[in-house]
Structure formats: C-alpha cells, structure tokens
Design a protein around this ligand. Structure first.
Ligand SMILES: Cc1cc2nc3c(=O)[nH]c(=O)nc-3n(C[C@H](O)[C@H](O)[C@H](O)COP(=O)(O)OP(=O)(O)OC[C@H]3O[C@@H](n4cnc5c(N)ncnc54)[C@H](O)[C@@H]3O)c2cc1C
Length: 581
C-alpha cells in the first residue's frame, strides 16, 4: 500500500542517520504528560512512536489526501454571503482523516492530548503532507499556532484551547499582514484597545490570511497607539465570531485548497497573549521562525512530487529511439533535481534539529530552572544564546534555499515532460503553480537573505563551518571534497572582508551572493557527513560540491568587482516607468 514516508529512501536514510534518541531524550525531559497513558517510557520507545506517527502520516497522505488534490485544486473553497467560508468537501474530509489519525496535535504536550513530537518529526510530516497536496499542508502546517499558545499564553488559555487543537476541533490562522504592512510588519495598524472593563477589542483590516476562516486567530495589533514602531504591537487571540468577517477570498495562481482571506475586524473580542509590546519582537518572531521551517518542508514536499513525475516520465517517454533519460540534457536535469532536493532536505532537517535543541534548552531554562543544578542551568543558558544565533541564520537560509530549489525543480519537471508538462493531464503544472508561493509567504526570499546575511557577516557562519572542517574522513574522496569546501570558504571570506569596507547599500546588493556561498558550504558539509558510510551519498555530495564551488567562485569574483550598477545607474538601466501597461 502506498506510503509517502516509507517509499522515500532519503527520508528513511535520514531517520536512521540523525541522532533520534538524543532528540527524543531532550524532548521527553520534564515532558508535560499529565495522565496520558501513551507517553513513552524511554527514548527508544519515543523514537518508535515517531516512526509510527510518520508511518500513519505517510499512509493518510498517500491514500486519502493525494487522491483529493486535483479536485481541490480545480474547485477551491467557497466564500458565503454572510462572510463565512465553506471549505471544499475534500479539504474537510482531509481534516477529518487527520483528526481521526490523531495527527493535528503534533507538538502539543500530551497533557493536552497532543503527541509531544520534536519539531523535526513535525517537519518530516509536513513534507509528506505537502507532497500529497501543498495547499492542504497550509492548514495542517498551522499547528504552529498551538505551539505559540503553548509557549506564551496564560494557563487558562492553554487549558481551554490546546485540547481543541489536539482533537482537531479547531484550526488556526496567523494574522499579520495588512495592505500597508507586508514585509514590513512594524507598519501594522490594526488597532487594539481596552473597553471600560479592561477587555480587548480589535478593529481594522488584515489581508492575505491563510485559513483566516479558521476558529482560532492569532492577530498582531497595535495596542500602543503612541508608538509607531514594532514595539507598539501586541499579539491577541480571537475566536471566530460575528465581529470578524471574511470580506474577500483571494483568487490565486496556486494552492487553491488553502483559503486566503481578507478579514475585517469590527470590535472583535480578543485576549492578550503574553505581555504587551512583545507581540512582534518576541512572539511573532518565534511563530514565524517555526513557520519558515514549515515552508522549507512544504517546498521539499512539492519538489519531491514534481521530481517523481519527471523521473518516471523520463524513464518511460521515448524519443529518437530511446528513453529520454538517456539524453544527456535530460539525464543532467533529472540528476540535479534529485541532488538539489537531498541538499535542501539536509539543510532543512539540520535546522529543524537545531530548533529542537534550542526550544528544549529554553523550555528547561524558563520552566524548570528550579529543578536544575546551578551549573547545568548556567551552561543551558549559554547554549540557548549560541543556538539562537545559529538558528537565526539557519532558519532563513533553509526557507530561502528550499523554496528557491522547489521552484526550480517544479519548473524543470515541466521541461522534462515537454508539452505534456504544460497540460492539465499531469500534475506538473499544479506543482509549479503551488511551488511559486513558497518564495513569497512567511517572508520573501529577499527578506530571508536580509535575516541570514547577519550571521554570515558576523562570524556565526564561520564558527559553524570551522567545526565541520575539523572533521576527519578516512576516505580520500570525502577528504578532497572537504578541501574544496575549505577553499570555498576562504574565497567567501575574502569577499566578506571586501564587502565590510563598502557602503551598506553595497552589502545589501552583495548579500544574496554571499548567502548563497555560505549555504553551499554548509550544505556541502552536511552532505559529506551523511556520506561517511554510504556510497550513494558520497556521489550525491560529490555532485553537489562540484556543481556549487565554481558558482561560489564566480559569485565571489562578482562581489569583489565592486559592480554596483543596479544602484548607481538604476534610472538609466531600468529606464523610465512605463506610462502604459
Ligand atoms: C497565498 C498567500 C498566503 C499568505 N498567508 C499569510 C498568512 O497566513 N498570514 C499573514 O500574515 N500573511 C500571509 N501572507 C502575506 C505574505 O506573508 C506577504 O505577502 C509577504 O510577506 C510579502 O509581503 P507583500 O506581499 O506585502 O510584499 P512587499 O512587502 O510589498 O514586497 C514586494 C517586493 O519587495 C521586496 N522587499 C520588500 N522589502 C524588502 C527589503 N527590506 N529588502 C529587499 N527586498 C524587499 C520583496 O521581497 C518583494 O519582492 C500570505 C500571502 C500569500 C500570497
């Protein structure tokens, strides 16, 4: 029987390659299990549970969700006249399957009925679901709302809301974007004020909200009208009510099963999450970081689906008396699609593991400090600071790299299928339409670069790479590949030193090339690490390094040239703003 977890060789490999027991031990320490009788009694048992949960996810994805994807894409969801949304019957059905299989409380603690899985397991599940239907992944992927509630809301809110998430009775939405506040969330204007009894009420408009028709909305709002920046914003929880209407359901290029809503708030009741003024700078930042790893996983799922179509087609389609996979151009395209997916998966899963380490260390520091020895507490605090720095670079890198990879792979899949790829007869065109959003939401690729470049310029990247460079391989090929990565880093360092002496605008211009180089080196090391005892992975690592290091060299030369024509001669090169469309 089809199973999107068991049939994926690379995910199977990574499940055994990654130190799952270590991750489980971190996750289970002081776990809030309440009286749940399904809590594991050891790390080994927890890992068995993870495997089982992913196996169930793989089964539901392949047998229930994937067969619905085409209909959902064709028909979409429905906006009713009263400002409510009727989900496509298949989307409803998908949610019911997920609820029945207990897959809607992945990271929620067991005392609320959840599975208490590490972020990594949720990331793998997200990839699997996205492969079946990228648009449904958007609703499935909003379990991060429950995570934010668990991390920052009052006990009263947690007791009330989290069991509903775990049971699949509610879904959530992350309500941030407004017409004038997209990439720049500091510009959010939706107002939050308190009535004479101290109850919070929200007024304003939000747009582009995925699942804005869901039952639990986390809304970023301006609670401090005298402050115009991000510090004036707080986070609020609202439940679906008559004072929040869906005014418009967006018509989109792809992800048709995911309702994208414009919301109007008119004196909508809300409860404050955590503390005032920390809405954007603490809570939304954490929520978005989790969601960014989620979009990286969604990108992997879409790319995997597109790749599988292309791989099969290249094998079965004959031209010039041979299967087209034998034609060098197609062979190269198919090979590099697969290598790109494995590379992005390596980076995304690594990021996810580091998220787990950070989340768990922070949980111990913040919630269990009195149960720890003084020395351990001190070293955990240090670890949290280090992991935060690494994560604030790795998370945007993963989102950027996986989503750009996904668009390329989905595009190449259509090319491999030729004219058939352009037709609705195959899912390739849907995958490309679905892929295209991944570089935009949860922060565009440009914004991911803005976030990631800080770590590249400040030395976080270098200290990460140095650790890997010290690894010894008792294999000549791996040693040579490592040397290429070391050479690549020294070329990148030269460009970084140069950029630091230039005006800030030049650093912004060069950022993409520098971040690309850093990602290539980091991913190269991760692939070498995977290759230690695996002949196929050695070839994957070799292909990756051989492809990426010349590009890195070219990019660093470009940066070192100091060419800033797009800034200096913008008017001349871009020409006048057209007066007609
Ligand atoms: C289908 C869909 C679903 C969405 N779901 C949600 C949701 O659930 N919740 C939610 O709150 N939002 C959601 N969004 C909004 C999404 O997060 C924003 O669209 C995205 O962050 C970009 O904002 P914008 O569209 O206003 O573009 P803009 O911010 O106007 O950006 C336009 C262009 O300028 C570039 N740019 C802007 N600032 C910079 C900078 N500093 N440096 C370099 N380049 C820059 C951008 O990269 C982009 O290329 C969704 C959007 C879509 C399309």
């Amino acid at each position: 029987m089809a199973n999107y977890f068991l049939d994926n060789q690379d995910i199977q490999f990574l499940f055994s390659h990654i130190e799952m027991q270590q991750l489980a031990a971190l996750q289970e320490r002081f776990a809030e299990n309440g009286d749940a009788d399904y809590a594991p009694t050891s790390s080994a048992e927890a890992v068995e549970d993870y495997h089982r949960v992913l196996q169930i996810t793989g089964h539901v994805a392949a047998t229930n969700i994937a067969p619905n994807a085409e209909r959902v894409d064709r028909d979409g969801n429905l906006l009713n006249q009263d400002g409510t949304v009727t989900l496509h019957p298949c989307v409803r059905e998908n949610l019911d399957w997920m609820a029945k299989a207990d897959l809607l409380g992945f990271t929620v603690p067991r005392k609320y009925g959840g599975l208490n899985c590490p972020n990594l397991i949720y990331t793998i599940a997200t990839e699997i679901v996205a492969r079946a239907d990228a648009s449904f992944m958007n609703i499935f992927g909003l379990q991060g709302i429950a995570e934010t509630v668990n991390a920052y809301a009052s006990q009263e809110i947690k007791d009330e809301i989290l069991p509903q998430f775990a049971e699949g009775k509610v879904t959530g939405a992350m309500v941030l974007t407004e017409p004038d506040a997209g990439s720049d969330l500091q510009a959010v204007r939706l107002r939050a004020h308190q009535d004479e009894h101290g109850n919070w009420l929200l007024n304003g408009v939000k747009r582009f909200i995925t699942n804005g028709c869901g039952e639990i909305l986390l809304t970023l709002a301006r609670s401090e009208p005298e402050m115009s920046d991000g510090l004036g914003l707080s986070l609020f929880l609202s439940e679906r009510c008559d004072q929040i209407k869906v005014r418009h359901l967006e018509k989109k290029l792809g992800i048709h099963g995911s309702p994208t809503c414009e919301l109007v708030y008119e004196n909508a009741p809300a409860r404050l999450i955590g503390e005032r003024k920390r809405g954007l700078i603490t809570y939304v930042l954490a929520l978005m970081n989790g969601a960014r790893v989620g979009i990286a996983a969604q990108s992997l799922g879409i790319a995997e689906a597109a790749y599988r179509l292309a791989r099969t087609y290249a094998h079965t389609r004959h031209q010039f008396g041979m299967p087209i996979e034998k034609l060098p151009a197609i062979a190269e395209m198919v090979t590099d699609m697969q290598v790109a997916i494995e590379a992005a998966r390596a980076l995304t899963y690594e990021t996810s593991c580091i998220c787990d380490k950070e989340n768990n260390a922070m949980r111990l520091v913040e919630w269990h400090a009195d149960q720890l020895e003084k020395e351990e507490l001190k070293s955990l605090k240090k670890e949290v600071r280090q992991l935060k720095r690494i994560n604030s670079m790795l998370t945007p890198m993963s989102k950027y790299y996986a989503s750009e990879m996904c668009c390329r792979v989905a595009d190449d899949a259509i090319q491999v299928l030729g004219g058939s790829g352009y037709m609705k007869d195959y899912a390739a065109e849907r995958h490309l339409r679905d892929a295209r959003i991944t570089t935009i939401y949860e922060g565009t690729s440009q914004l991911q670069i803005v976030a990631a470049i800080r770590g590249v310029l400040s030395g976080v990247f270098d200290s990460w790479a140095v650790d890997f460079e010290q690894k010894e391989y008792d294999d000549l090929m791996l040693t040579e590949l490592k040397q290429k990565l070391i050479t690549g880093r020294s070329q990148l360092s030269e460009a970084i030193i140069f950029v630091k002496k230039q005006p800030a605008s030049y650093a912004d211009l060069a950022a993409r090339r520098l971040v690309d180089g850093a990602i290539a080196i980091m991913t190269g090391h991760l692939l070498l690490d995977q290759a230690t005892n695996n002949e196929r992975k050695k070839r994957v690592a070799k292909r990756f390094v051989q492809l990426k290091m010349p590009i890195l060299k070219m990019n660093t030369e470009q940066v070192l040239s100091g060419d800033s024509m797009p800034l200096d001669e913008f008017q001349l090169l871009a020409g006048p703003v057209p007066t007609t469309a």
